[in-house]
Design a protein around this ligand. Sequence first.
Ligand code: C5P
Length: 233
Amino acid sequence: MTAPVVAAVVPAAGLGQRLGADGPKAMHLLGGEPMLVHSVRTLAAGPVDLVVVATPPGLGAEVLAQLAGAHPGAELSVVDGGATRSDSVRLALAALPPSVRVVLVHDAARPLVPAALVAAVVAAVEGGADAVVPGLPVTDTVKQVDGADVVVATVDRSALRAVQTPQGFRREVLDTAYAGPESGTATDDAGHVERAGGVVVVVPGAEEAFKVTRPLDLVLAEAVLAGRRQAGG
Ligand code: C5P
């Protein structure tokens, strides 16, 4: 097997408290399979050579067993995740072999990401971008409030994008961004790159790449998956 060039890091170590799940969110079932299995299967079916999953500490062997058969086109490894999403990503980045040049970071909790979006993000990085995020226009009106929940401004939503994963990076760019001091404010990977002074570009996102966070998201995800299965996809 040739050395991997495109890798996907999958943070899957969250506990999913907002989902009300009684185990790790990534292992919550969707259409009878853990969300993580759906995510890894889509990544491995495309231009990704290696998938590294950050699992809840101690669950690596169980996760590897669950993922057997879900990654025919890609190598797979697991690392113990950390206390925060950033910690989990940092630990997975440290496990990438030197041959890797392009890194995707994809939330396990976005199980229905279309394969075409994964391919588009990789293509944008291979086309020369340092950092790429999929984004969609914001449809709600967004208010800025003070500490007492009094509105201080209505933000111009035409200049806002709600960003998703997979986010894609030149490997050096992401490594450098994660090597910097932890600010605690970056809630995505591109945020680390921005803080380090890097340029991040937005490509069109996909509605089906939504993150399963709350119970209602799970209802939507089951409906989307049922629709796909009915359509033979
Ligand atoms: O909590 P949130 O929905 O933002 O989590 C996004 C992704 O990050 C999920 O796939 C979750 O499993 C992962 N995560 C992680 N390690 C943590 C917290 C979250 O890998 N400590």
